[in-house]
Design a protein around this ligand. Structure first.
Ligand code: Z2T
Length: 783
């Protein structure tokens, strides 16, 4: 269609016609791109079908893809000609990009990881697809009103320019409810209609598919007792909204419906389109379940094999347990899915029957061993009237992985110790990664250019080659150029933020950034309490006049998570006080970024000097923001948790700011219950005064309520060790300030971090999954 700037301009102008407003330009550009990738998409699918290669299906309740327009321009290798062409025609690509709504089909790390994996699979030319839900409403839009988080629904489907294709021909029917005996009758069928989105591989012709299912009313007859209006409403609800929980479970029946809907639709399609006999499934298909949300795929695949394909139990189980593998993303108790047996038995009776049988057979097998009662309990799928989805996921998978080395070790040695003893060969680690295409090439073209000027462009396809940057650590002119890039990215962020933030941001200040979901274990509370202590010190000590710092916060709290919402309010109250104080505000400044999402992230990671990764050691499974910061040259200020451990191993302790208790120490304190927050407070005059003022309401603006913060720090004995780690955190901040004064050394640290970040590309992660778990073959779409 077009291969040069001139061809692009001609075609674009022709299609645009007389209507030269940006809205039309945006729509025309989108339509042109869809046509451009359509042929490659069709061919890729044909190739997969005809060659009968093994294909991966990655089932996930979330896919936090960001905006697609510019990313796809990069992937198609036409970014520059389109950008310049538009410019010459009087349009600005950045302005057009801003018109694209961001599909917020995920909460945070887990959903964003799935999106990075999709990108890497296509870039590596591997046959791998995503299966999920086409939520009408993505994650809520956050507004800060009077310092409080308020939530507004976002219906992205109303706005999207359709990067998707509805496939009525591929709709399937999902069975809910009914009674089993003498045969399954009175079923309430729900129709699942797929919407396919193209996942465009970088500079190749591979276009994989992200298939998102939408729930609609079935044409099949409804059981006599069921009211049609009620049924219609219940059906629409299934793909209406994403649950806003990150590392939390609500346990609502609608969530279970979503999970079964997504798994059944995906599996029915996989089995229907299988090129060979069903017993060859493990050679033709790999299914990865992203946490336990899709764990119901295990009994659902059994159901299809037993009831629809007519296999015997043994064979069906053998096939299932060689097809499905499971990734665990957390050890937090509040995030562990346990479904009430009665709920399952009523909603999906046959599936529950199968779960019961899986549990019975597994327990029968366990009878041959001598096990303590506690051990047996830990190994039970059904326990106390609850179905423990993580146990089901381990028993029904051929591989189980954690998402960073430390996390996998904790799974093996503590959380899943008993299961690990039963299935030692199943467990393995796959440290998370991020796509350098979005988080470096797209988000930071300035840095991309500097790197390419310095080491050539091979790293674009092999990010591990960023390692070549190590030779520039003490190169003064490289350092200067890197500093220039950082300054430019800070100014761009400021230009974007200042529209909505009322106090001016100093581009020469240190940008210290804490962006992620709000959660107790992520310890935004420790950060803001430390900032309050800096404020106090500046007020009290006329000799303490630290180098200017801007502290950025961004993130959403689950709407029902009161503690997290109170922390957001506390940050905004302290921000208002700090930012209007003439003495203090030239030293410290606080910015809360409203409605933090992927697009904001793309602007913030490149502008950061300091990456706040301060979770309570052992609680953050991996973290992926830590990798995005590192790749953009920010230095980690963090605990030895999740993938931080591996980042520090790579860059060396001298190129990161590490503080706080280690995971072993935390786990010991938890086990022996011998931490006393009150004692820590008593021993520190600084903490004593800080806590006294916090608890007396002195830091409050009169509208805020800190009852949940109080409850956590006092009554619950500070479960995330905020007070315990406070002083070592504060000391490390002082070290940051001292280090920043030596700019030569600082820039060197920054170079080192970029140079070592290649290993954290999701291309590496995906290649490892493919080698160790999925066994995919690279397949070239040439024609
Ligand atoms: C989530 O984002 C994560 C874990 C969850 O456990 C659920 C959600 Cl929605 C059920 C995060 C982890 O907290 C984070 O450490 C990790 O980097 C990310 O998943 C991707 O693995």
């Amino acid at each position: 269609m077009f291969y040069s700037k001139e061809e692009f301009k001609e075609e674009f102008t022709k299609r645009l016609g007389q209507d030269k407003v940006p809205q039309t330009a945006y729509a025309v550009l989108g339509a042109m791109m869809k046509e451009l990738l359509e042929e490659d998409w069709v061919k890729t699918n044909q190739l997969y079908t005809e060659s009968k290669v093994k294909q991966l299906y990655y089932i996930s309740i979330e896919f936090l893809i960001g905006r697609m327009l510019v990313q796809n321009l990069h992937s198609l290798g036409i970014f520059t000609i389109v950008q310049e062409g538009l410019q010459e025609l009087g349009f600005n690509l950045e302005e057009l990009e801003e018109m694209e709504p961001e599909p917020g089909l995920g909460n945070g790390g887990l959903g964003r990881l799935a999106a990075c994996f999709m990108d890497s699979l296509a870039a590596l030319q591997l046959p791998g697809h995503g299966c999920g839900i086409r939520y009408k409403g993505g994650l809520f839009t956050q507004q800060i009103e009077n310092g409080f988080q308020t939530e507004y629904p976002t219906d992205w489907l109303r706005e999207i320019e359709g990067w998707e294709k509805r496939r009525d021909d591929l709709a399937v029917e999902i069975p809910f409810y009914g009674r089993l005996h003498p045969r399954h009758t009175d079923i309430e069928w729900v129709k699942a209609v797929p919407y396919d989105m193209p996942i465009v591989g970088a500079s190749g012709r591979t276009v994989n598919t992200l298939r998102l299912w939408q729930a609609e009313v079935s044409e099949r007859p409804l059981p006599a007792y069921k009211d049609f209006n009620e049924y219609t409403l219940e059906t629409a609800a299934i793909s209406d909204r994403l649950y806003p929980d990150d590392s939390l479970v609500t346990g609502k029946i609608l969530r279970l419906k979503q999970q079964y809907f997504m798994c059944s639709a995906s599996l029915q399609t996989i089995i229907k389109t299988l090129p060979g006999p069903v017993h060859e499934l493990p050679h033709q298909v790999a299914i990865q379940i992203n946490d336990t949300h899709p764990a119901i795929a295990i009994p659902e695949l059994m159901r299809i094999l037993l009831d629809e394909e007519g296999l015997e139990w043994e064979e069906a189980w053998n096939i299932t347990t060689h097809t499905i593998s499971y990734t665990n993303h957390t050890i937090l108790g509040e995030a562990m899915e346990k479904w009430d047996s009665h709920l399952l038995a009523s909603l999906v009776p046959r599936v529950y029957e199968i779960i019961h049988e899986i549990d019975r057979r597994f327990k029968e097998q366990l009878q041959e061993q001598v096990l303590k009662e506690q051990e047996f309990k830990k190994l039970s799928i059904i326990d106390d009237g609850l179905v423990k989805m993580a146990v089901l996921a381990v028993v029904g998978s051929y591989k189980v992985n954690g998402v960073a080395e430390l996390h996998t070790d904790i799974l093996k040695n503590r959380e899943m110790k008993e299961l690990y003893r039963q299935f030692p060969g199943k467990f393995h680690n796959k440290t998370n990664g991020i796509t350098h295409r979005r988080w470096l090439i797209k988000a930071n073209p300035e840095l991309t250019q500097l790197i390419t000027q310095s080491i050539g462009d091979d790293w674009l396809k092999k990010p591990i080659l960023l390692n070549d940057l190590n030779k520039f650590i003490i190169d003064a002119s490289f350092q200067e150029a890197l500093k220039e890039v950082k300054r430019a990215k800070k100014n761009q962020l400021i230009a974007h933020v200042e529209k909505s933030w009322d106090s001016p941001i100093d581009p020469l200040s240190i940008f210290d950034i804490h962006i992620k979901r709000f959660h107790g274990y992520k310890r935004q509370l420790m950060n803001i309490l430390h900032i309050q202590s800096l404020y106090d010190r500046i007020k009290e000590d006329s000799t303490y006049r630290p180098y200017p710092r801007t502290f950025f916060f961004g993130g959403k709290a689950a709407p029902g998570y009161e503690f997290a919402k109170q922390v957001i309010k506390l940050i905004n109250v302290i921000a208002a006080k700090v930012n209007q104080d003439p003495l203090v505000r030239s030293h410290i400044h606080i910015v809360f970024i409203e409605n933090y999402n992927v697009s904001h992230g793309e602007r913030m990671f490149p502008a950061a000097d300091i990456s706040e990764q301060i979770s309570t050691a052992s609680k953050e499974a991996s973290g992926t923001g830590n990798m995005k910061f590192m790749m953009n040259g920010a230095i980690t200020l963090g605990t030895l948790d999740g993938a931080n451990v591996e980042i520090v191993e790579r860059v060396g302790k001298e190129n990161a700011f590490i503080f706080g208790l280690h995971s072993q120490q935390i786990m010991l304190l938890e086990k022996h219950k011998n931490y006393r927050a009150q004692e820590v407070i008593e021993q520190s005059p600084e903490l004593k005064s800080l806590m006294a003022r916090l608890l007396s309401g002195e830091l409050s603006d009169g509208t805020e309520n800190i009852s949940f913060i109080r409850n956590q720090l006092v009554d619950l004995n500070d479960p995330y060790f905020v007070l315990k780690d406070f002083h070592s955190y504060a000391a490390m901040h002082e070290k940051v300030l001292a280090s920043y004064e030596d700019q030569g050394n600082w820039q060197g640290m920054s170079v080192r971090n970029i140079a070592e970040s290649g290993i954290f590309s999701s291309d590496r992660t995906i290649q490892q999954y493919s080698d160790d778990v999925w066994d995919l073959k690279k397949i070239l779409n040439v024609y």
